[in-house]
Design a protein around this ligand. Structure first.
Ligand code: 5GP
Ligand code: MN
Length: 339
């Protein structure tokens, strides 16, 4: 958390218009994009020049957000992204706890002499910014951005664009307010965002009801043909190879939420989605219920991390080898999973 002295210093830094770079994590989700664009709209009210940087592309279903067109994609325009970082007087990191999560944007960040502020809710944060507004108990980074704006005394400055972005971040990270990370404070923040103009029904429509029909067919195929349920391990998992993704004209974000499906089966407490990326790497998403700690599981075995009940990682093995490894691990965790 920030000390009073740090808050005063941040107010001083933001007291005159400066250049600011906001950086989101790789494969940014609704919380990363929502908190970043909400923060951008807020800062621009004070005349700051704000660049929002993403290590790679983000899903179509988030592209309705105000400010979306200005996002700089490092994968497409590395030079422009690096320049924005090197010119910035303040860098704001949103929704991640380790510089490993921003890929090669890290190189320019390490060269920069800018002030650094991180706002995040992932457990076990690494120390890479002198100003850290961190709370692992928060539902989302967007909720913390709301709290941060309030902390700076600017609550009244929140307008519709900011409210819409922050609402989208909170809503996506809480699975529409159903995950255990949702607190009374989360609902209070949402109530305030609604008072500040958040168009909640419209946002749910933009995010949930904006699919190409082929995406729904991919999800149907994944659940019908590719989902394995292992009651002996209280586990369900789904695999999708590149050729399967191509068959369904896969676009970034198309498998968003799919990892949750196995956990809707009675008795399942652990779920995994294995997706083969274009370069052959296997990207893995984990979800759990109650006490099974997928952050620790991802850290220990798949070079990843996240939260206790939602985490991710990767594997350099082939899909088949990765699954064999996963099944072997399940035997080791059987007691915990069935406990
Ligand atoms: P998702 O499964 O939706 O991609 O990610 C779930 C959670 O795990 C998010 O909080 C995300 O930041 C985190 N996460 C996903 N992939 C990785 C990874 O490769 N490394 C780390 N450290 N965290 C990840
Ligand atoms: Mn988040």
């Amino acid at each position: 958390m920030l000390t009073d002295k740090q808050i005063s210093k941040l107010k001083e830094i933001l007291g005159t218009p400066i250049k600011i770079a906001i950086i989101m994590h790789k494969s940014p989700d609704g919380d990363a994009v929502g908190s970043s664009l909400g923060m951008k709209s807020y800062l621009e009210k004070f005349g700051h020049k704000v660049s929002v940087l993403s290590p790679n592309a983000y899903p179509e279903f988030l592209k309705w957000m105000p400010g979306t067109k200005s996002v700089i994609d490092f994968e497409k325009t590395a030079t422009i992204a690096n320049q924005a970082i090197l010119k910035a007087e303040l860098i704001i990191f949103l929704d991640f706890n380790s510089l490993k999560r921003i890929g090669d944007l890290e190189i320019a960040v390490k060269k920069s002499k800018a002030y650094r502020l991180v706002i995040d809710h992932h457990p076990q944060p690494e120390n890479f910014a002198e100003y850290a507004y961190h709370n692992a108990g928060a539902s989302s980074t967007a909720e913390l951005v709301y709290d941060f704006i309030t902390l700076l005394g600017d609550n009244k400055k929140i307008h519709k664009d900011i409210a819409n972005c922050l609402y989208a971040g909170i809503m996506t990270d809480t699975g529409s307010f159903r995950f255990s990370s949702t607190t009374a404070h989360t609902h209070e923040v949402v109530a305030e965002l609604m008072r500040h103009g958040a168009e909640t029904a419209k946002i749910h429509r933009f995010i949930d009801d904006n699919n190409r029909d082929i995406r729904l067919r991919l999800l149907g195929y994944a659940v019908t043909e590719k989902m394995k349920i292992l009651p002996d391990f209280a586990t369900g998992f789904i695999t999708l190879t590149q050729s399967e993704l191509k068959r369904f004209d896969y676009k970034d974000g198309d498998t968003e939420g799919l990892v949750n499906e196995p956990t809707s089966v009675k008795g399942i407490v652990f779920s995994a989605l294995f997706t083969e990326l274009k370069d052959g790497e296997i990207k893995i998403s984990f979800r759990s219920k109650d006490n099974f700690d997928v952050n620790q599981f991802a850290r220990n075995h798949f070079n990843g991390g996240g939260h206790r009940n939602a985490a991710g990682g990767k594997s350099d093995l082939s899909m088949d080898e990765t699954i064999i490894r996963f099944l072997t691990l399940l035997s080791d965790y059987k007691k915990e999973l069935k406990g």
